[in-house]
Design a protein around this ligand. Structure first.
Ligand code: F6R
Length: 367
């Protein structure tokens, strides 16, 4: 059932070219220049006239939500807020019938997310679900929604569900932007073409980085801390990279927006501090270059995820993982893959139970 892989997590990491393709299938029709999503189309006005969109989720799904905020604000120009379900539900949130709430949940059973949705529904908001498990509790109480179609995710640490959530959020943002006129047809076509290429790019990344990351991971088996940095769209990708490492290897890791480094975390940097930095060409590259300079001046160990052919960051970094270029907005989908592999192999070398990490459950049905 693990299809020849040692763990479900590795199998699921490798399934991503297919799961992303499945998530787009029947929705993204590049030849016709359209995105078909009945859930959005049937309620288009709810979205385009919304006061704001509030995205509610926990854990990895919350990280996907943060990227969703960047996507929807950039392409559809609708105000978006992202909240932890557990915080939202207990703070008497200001919400009404002009608000749209999007819940993101792999399992569709997360108690806090469910309770937050019930509250938003009572207050008259329109509720949209992005779930992976078909007919789950959250999928059933929402007014409309889109399934991620990533297939069953067995490993407790979420991998393919996360990239499928990012795929759905990309489709939603581009569709809304097209229909509300925020996105020109030319820009829309360019982006959907790029989206369509993602499964192939992920496949390339898996091929070209697997052995490399497996080797790099050996050097970090005894690390006690990790910092993950990224900017813009890749700031949430840094949070997610850190969460993966924490969950399965039990190494303390923190994700930060790279620019926040100087407001605190820089104090931690010395030769014993590994720093994963996500530095694709598109997206504040020059700023990232100076962050890496600051880290190297303090002898931090830099593991950089860069685009193929990169020179500036690569020359300074101690370890380099190359990934193909894509639009900035889709770069977290590509960059997440080697970070999943890194967490996976570090955990495996430490002898951890990767698929069933201690203290964690696949669906958190208690608050
Ligand atoms: C991360 C992880 C958790 C879940 C969180 C939300 O690898 O497994 O952080 O992402 O419990 O779960 P869902 O998406 O099922 O609501």
């Amino acid at each position: 059932e693990k299809g020849g892989y040692e763990h479900f997590m590795l199998k699921e990491i490798f399934e991503q070219p297919k799961s992303i393709h499945d998530t787009m299938r029947g929705r993204l029709i590049v030849e016709e220049g359209i995105i078909k999503m009945a859930g959005i189309w049937d309620h288009l006005e709810k979205f385009t006239n919304a006061n704001r969109i509030i995205i509610i989720a926990c854990g990895t799904s919350w990280h996907a939500g943060l990227i969703g905020e960047y996507l929807i604000e950039e392409f559809a120009r609708i105000n978006v807020e992202v909240e932890y379900a557990s915080e939202f539900r207990y703070r008497n949130p200001i919400i009404g019938n002009k608000d749209v709430v999007i819940a993101i949940s792999q399992s569709g059973e997360t108690a806090d997310t469910m309770a937050a949705l019930k509250l938003a529904k009572e207050k008259g908001a329109f509720i949209y679900g992005i779930c992976n498990v078909v007919d789950s509790s959250i999928a059933r109480i929402t007014d409309a929604g889109s399934y991620t179609h990533a297939g069953p995710e067995i490993g407790v640490a979420s991998t393919k569900a996360f990239t499928a959530q990012l795929t759905i959020l990309s489709l939603i943002a581009l569709k809304l932007g097209k229909h509300n006129g925020s996105l020109s047809n030319g820009e829309f076509m360019k982006l959907i073409t790029e989206l369509d290429h993602l499964p192939k790019k992920i496949e390339e990344v898996l091929k070209s980085t697997h052995d490399l990351v497996k080797n790099i991971a050996k050097d970090f088996v005894n690390a006690q801390n990790f910092l993950y940095l990224g900017r813009g769209y890749n700031y949430p990708a840094a949070l997610e990279g850190a969460l993966k490492l924490k969950e399965i290897s039990y190494i303390h890791a923190e994700g930060y927006p790279a620019a926040e480094m100087k407001h605190g975390p820089i104090a931690l940097i010395d030769e014993n501090m590994p720093i994963v930095i996500i530095a694709p060409k598109k997206g504040h590259y020059d700023k990232i270059v100076s962050n890496v300079q600051e880290i190297k001046a303090r002898k931090g160990k830099v593991l950089a995820v860069v685009n193929t052919g990169d020179t500036q960051v690569s020359e300074m970094a101690d370890y380099v993982i190359e990934i193909p270029e894509t639009s900035e907005c889709f770069s977290p989908i590509v960059a997440s893959v080697p970070l999943q592999l890194l967490a996976y192999y570090i955990a495996v070398y430490r002898g951890a139970n990767v698929d069933q990490p201690r203290n964690l459950a696949k669906s958190v049905t208690v608050e």
